[in-house]
Design a protein around this ligand. Structure first.
Ligand SMILES: [Zn+2]
Length: 563
């Protein structure tokens, strides 16, 4: 009996000794929670670019290296995931998403990726049949550039089958809508209704309404759509989260939300269904003012951070809403600036003092200059020492057409260019016509900005685009459509190499959210976020990337999506 007790004590001592030696960076790794084995792992960390295995304890990575070394971390309660045949990337971030709109698109009439006008109208018609008289037909995502007849939708396309049903279908760029005659009747729009500031009501050559409303004119119709119920809003947000997680994203940087949505997102979080991290920008105006008052809110686990304010500086290039320094090549006019500079500057100054991040949508070269001027003025008004963050990491979203005189100002002012690569496969059809070949050289700059030492990150702008990592990665390295097509003047040399593309979607996006120390690479001490796909994007033909599928999405060491 005594002997047995003695042996038990000795055995316990041995086990204790063995386990207490198994420490890494002060973390007791006696029982790793999760081990990814046999992986084709890309870390986005230059010091150790590839690995076979990753070990996770709690929400953190505690080891990156070989299968053999990882074995020693496996205990009884460790979950071991065999990654054979799959490729593991650092948790991917979409640096620019409109989460609720993505959910609304997925749940409603989705007109995305239909390459034919007739089929688009047929889909609207089929949907309309199930809508009761008096109820609204609401859809999203149509885009004319691949139709043989490259024209905007017209009220006459839809009026026949929607006599008693008001209809609004948003064009892919999210900067214009088609309304039917019933919707215009409800809104009290006639051919004499004047354009609102920053918006356009389109008329045909006879002065007749076409049903198209651009930028600020969209509100004339949209304000009459019944407000969705709280439950509907929550459902849209949940669908957006589920969709983005399914696509393989571990973080979404929201480009214009509200506190009402935050309340719903907190409910979703309490229910355990917040599947991707959210880094949140409030829409300017009322929501932005609330944020200025309340201050930024960072969560302990960085699952839901309310960080900044989003401004819309102009419209899109497709709908000719982008504000240009010189007129459009294919139409009269220079587009529209949507920002009141004086009001914005007052907010920017407050934000700088309080450590609230600013991001401003700027597509045209006029708007890029306008916003850089405002940022510069704010920086002068609030010198270092009076700011919460010395480098506030303010961003320009899209940063799409930048006059040569303004490109270096991004560097001088330390502004992040948050580009949308996924949109080029559509834009390359109309951008040459809108801009002409000279000005096209100043558009969609990626590589040259990075070469000048400017911080660049990448986002999809979903639901303007579907919102897929594979499309974003493909677009960054190919810069063509899916058939390899591009226009002769299309600065193809602005595409980036694969390592850079991976960084743009991981560590650079983390930097744009002040999170480069905790996320963005697969490195010891960082958050255990991984995006697992069935294909190796770093070696296959670019177009094959489009055949790859999400295998698994892991956030904070927890599997949030599995195929
Ligand atoms: Zn956007």
């Amino acid at each position: 009996m005594k002997n047995k007790l003695l042996w038990a004590v000795v055995a316990a001592a041995i086990i204790y000794t063995v386990f207490s030696y198994r420490k890494a960076d002060g973390v007791d790794i006696a029982a790793a929670d999760l081990v990814l084995m046999n992986g084709n792992i890309y870390t986005a960390n230059d010091a150790q670019w590839t690995a076979e295995a990753v070990v996770v304890k709690g929400d953190k990575i505690i080891f990156v290296g070989s299968n053999m070394d990882a074995q020693t971390y496996i205990g009884k309660k460790t979950t071991v995931l065999d990654m054979t045949g799959n490729t593991v990337y650092p948790g991917l971030t979409d640096a620019h998403t409109h989460l609720k709109w993505v959910g609304q698109r997925e749940l409603g009439l989705n007109l995305q990726s239909i390459d034919d006008l007739g089929q688009t109208v047929d889909k609207i018609k089929a949907y309309a049949e199930n809508v009761a008289d008096g109820d609204w037909i609401i859809g999203k995502g149509w885009i004319e550039q691949k139709w043989s007849d490259q024209r905007f939708l017209h009220k006459s396309d839809v009026d026949d089958f929607s006599v008693n049903k008001p209809l609004v279908v948003t064009r892919g760029g999210e900067h214009s809508i088609l309304a039917n005659s019933k919707a215009m009747e409800i809104a009290g729009i006639t051919r004499g209704t004047p354009n609102p500031e920053g918006g356009q009501i389109l008329h045909d050559e006879n002065g007749e309404l076409t049903g198209m409303f651009v930028d600020n004119a969209m509100a004339l119709i949209r304000d009459h759509i019944p407000v969705p119920t709280r439950e509907e809003e929550k459902k849209s947000l949940q669908e957006g989260l589920d969709f983005m997680s399914r696509m393989g994203w571990t973080q979404v940087q929201e480009a214009g939300g509200s506190y009402a949505d935050i309340e719903l997102l907190k409910e979703i979080q309490a229910e355990g269904n917040l599947k991707t991290r959210l880094y949140y920008f409030m829409l300017s105006g009322e929501e932005g003012a609330k944020l200025l008052e309340r201050g930024a809110e960072y969560s302990d686990d960085n699952m839901l951070d309310i960080a900044g304010i989003k401004y819309f500086g102009d419209g899109g290039l497709g709908s000719r809403g982008a504000a240009l320094l010189e007129p459009y090549e294919d139409a009269d006019g220079k587009g529209l600036v949507l920002i009141d500079g004086e009001k914005a500057l007052a907010v920017y100054i407050e934000a700088l003092k309080k450590g609230i991040q600013i991001e401003t949508h700027a597509i045209g070269d006029y708007t890029n200059r306008f916003v850089l001027d405002l940022y510069e003025e704010a920086f002068k008004a609030v010198p270092q020492g009076e700011r919460k963050f010395e480098n506030p990491r303010w961003r320009i979203e899209h940063a799409q057409i930048i006059h040569p005189d303004d490109q270096l100002r991004y560097k001088e002012l330390n502004i992040i260019a948050a580009v949308e690569a996924s949109t080029v496969k559509a834009d390359l059809y109309f951008a040459p016509a809108r801009l002409g070949s000279e000005r096209l050289k100043t558009a969609y700059l990626w590589k040259s900005l990075m070469d000048q030492g400017i911080h660049v990150t990448a986002g999809t702008d979903a639901p303007v685009e579907v919102g897929e990592p594979r499309v974003e990665f493909f677009s960054l390295i190919a810069r063509t459509d899916f058939n390899g097509y591009y226009n002769d003047d299309w600065n193809i040399e602005e595409r980036v190499d694969r390592n850079t593309a991976l960084k743009l979607m991981t560590i650079n996006a983390a930097y744009a959210a002040f999170q480069e120390d905790i996320r963005g690479t697969i490195e010891v001490g960082k958050k255990a976020d991984f995006s697992v796909f069935d294909k190796d994007w770093m070696v296959i033909e670019p177009i094959e990337i489009m055949d790859s599928e999400t295998v698994m999405t892991i956030v904070d060491g927890k599997v949030t999506y599995s195929r």
